[in-house]
Ligand binder design. Structure first.
Ligand SMILES: Cc1ncc(C[n+]2csc(CCOP(=O)(O)OP(=O)(O)O)c2C)c(N)n1
Length: 184
C-alpha cells in the first residue's frame, strides 16, 4: 500500500501556488513541511482535530481561495462536529482529504477506530457533495477544481520510522506567513 508520505508528496506537487493547505497535527504536518514548506500552509501544531474547524473559517472568509485539508483518521474522528458544520455551511471551496492508516501513527501506532466506522458515510450525511474512497491511490482521481465540497478517504500504509524534522516555524510565524498569503 502507498505510504502516507508518498501521498502527501504527490498532493503537495499538485496544489497550485495560491491554494491554501491546512494540515493536522503530528507527522502529517511534519511531512507537508518537509516536502513543500510554503506560506500558504497552515500547520496545526498540537491541536488534534482542529485543522478542519480552522479551515472552515478560512474557507468561508476567503471564498476566492481553495482550501485543502490534510487530516488523519484519528484527527477526523476526534472532531466530527467540525465536519458536520463544513457540510451544513456547504463550504464549496474545501477539499477534505483524510489519510486513513487506521491508527494514531504519530504517537506510536495505537489503533484508531476507523476500521469499523464508515468515514465516507459520515461525510455524505454531513452534506459533503462529492465523496470518494481511494483504495488504490492515483493522484489523477483528486480534483481541486470542482468548486464543490469534496471529501476523499485515502487508504495509506504505516510509514517506516521517519527521521524528518518537526515543523521548524513557531506558531506565530506560521500564522503570520499564512495571513500574508491570504492577501494575494
Ligand atoms: C487533543 C490531542 N490529543 C492527543 C494528541 C496527541 N497526538 C498528536 S498526533 C496524534 C495522532 C493523530 O492520528 P491521526 O490523525 O490518525 O494521524 P496519523 O498520526 O495516524 O497520521 C495524537 C494522538 C494531541 N496532539 N492533541
Amino acid at each position: 500500500m502507498i505510504s502516507r508520505s508518498d501521498v502527501i508528496q504527490q498532493i503537495m506537487n499538485k496544489v497550485s501556488k495560491n491554494d491554501l493547505v491546512v494540515s493536522t497535527t503530528g507527522m502529517i504536518s511534519r511531512e507537508v513541511f518537509n516536502h513543500n514548506d510554503r506560506n500558504e500552509n497552515f500547520y496545526m501544531i498540537g491541536s488534534m482535530g482542529l485543522a478542519s474547524s480552522f479551515a472552515l473559517g478560512i474557507a468561508k472568509s476567503n471564498p476566492g481561495k481553495k482550501v485543502i485539508i490534510l487530516d488523519g483518521d484519528g484527527s477526523f474522528l476526534m472532531n466530527l462536529g467540525s465536519s458536520t458544520c463544513i457540510g451544513y455551511y456547504n463550504a464549496n471551496n474545501i477539499t477534505h482529504i483524510v489519510l486513513d492508516n487506521f491508527s494514531y501513527e504519530s504517537t506510536g501506532n495505537q489503533p484508531s477506530i476507523s476500521k469499523k466506522v464508515d468515514l465516507c458515510s459520515i461525510a455524505k450525511s454531513s452534506g459533503y457533495k462529492k465523496v470518494s474512497e481511494l483504495i488504490e491511490f492515483d493522484i489523477r482521481n483528486i480534483n481541486f477544481d470542482l468548486n464543490e465540497l469534496s471529501f476523499y478517504r485515502v487508504l495509506v500504509g504505516i510509514d517506516k520510522d521517519e527521521n524528518i524534522s518537526r515543523v521548524e516555524h513557531s506558531p506565530e510565524t506560521i500564522t503570520m506567513n499564512f495571513k500574508g498569503s491570504l492577501i494575494n
